[in-house]
Design a protein around this ligand. Sequence first.
Ligand code: F6R
Length: 240
Amino acid sequence: MKIIVCRNYAEMSAESAKIVADQIKSKPDCVLGLATGSTPEGMYACLSTMHRDEKLDFSKVTSVNLDEYYPIAPDNDQSYRYFMNFHLFDKVNIDKSNTYVPDGTAEDPDKFCADYEKLIEELGGVDLQVLGIGRNAHIGFNEPGDILYPDTHLTELTPSTVEANSRFFDSVDDVPKHALTMGIASILRAKKIIVLASGKEKHNAVLKLLGNTLETKYPATMLALHHDVTLICDDAAYNG
Ligand code: F6R
């Protein structure tokens, strides 16, 4: 795994935005796999600035997001669809009909998940997947457990993830307890992966990621199965 240690969050954001921008410049009709959460917000801000100031062109880009709460309406300001519109899609010239986020209103979630896998395949696969990492080393919403699922699926969030995400909601009771998420194999099928990690609270997860073992209780360790993963983190996440 390649490791880029940055001095701080701003540098991590700029560094990761540069990798995404290089992907778009080298293949304007690329498929980006995108993540939500606090960590990539700065990267999205940098990409929006690059679009505004340097005319970084998203017009041919397609995006597929990793996950979405379930159930949740797309216009709910806590939905990941809302997040993506707010932080990136409304700020660049991407064609919104080419942006895919799992549907938190799907009536038949299992069918939706199977169709999402087919969609990614029909798009030709993800060229560059952006990941954050949970404090418990989850990726997407692939939570620690005895087993992991390969493909997109409906999952139950662990109490620690519900607690971690409650900072965005009025109360912990408002946090959805389920999510639709790409599986471990869906993530590993991307041609290239970058993992962003910032802050001391991610240090243990980063240690696991770099630990060179495969453990279902630390889902991010499965990234060791991929040949082109870059960890971009700040000093606090790397050194604790
Ligand atoms: C979000 C996602 C999650 C987050 C992770 C870290 O789409 O897939 O795995 O990347 O929970 O979240 P933050 O960045 O808020 O610490």
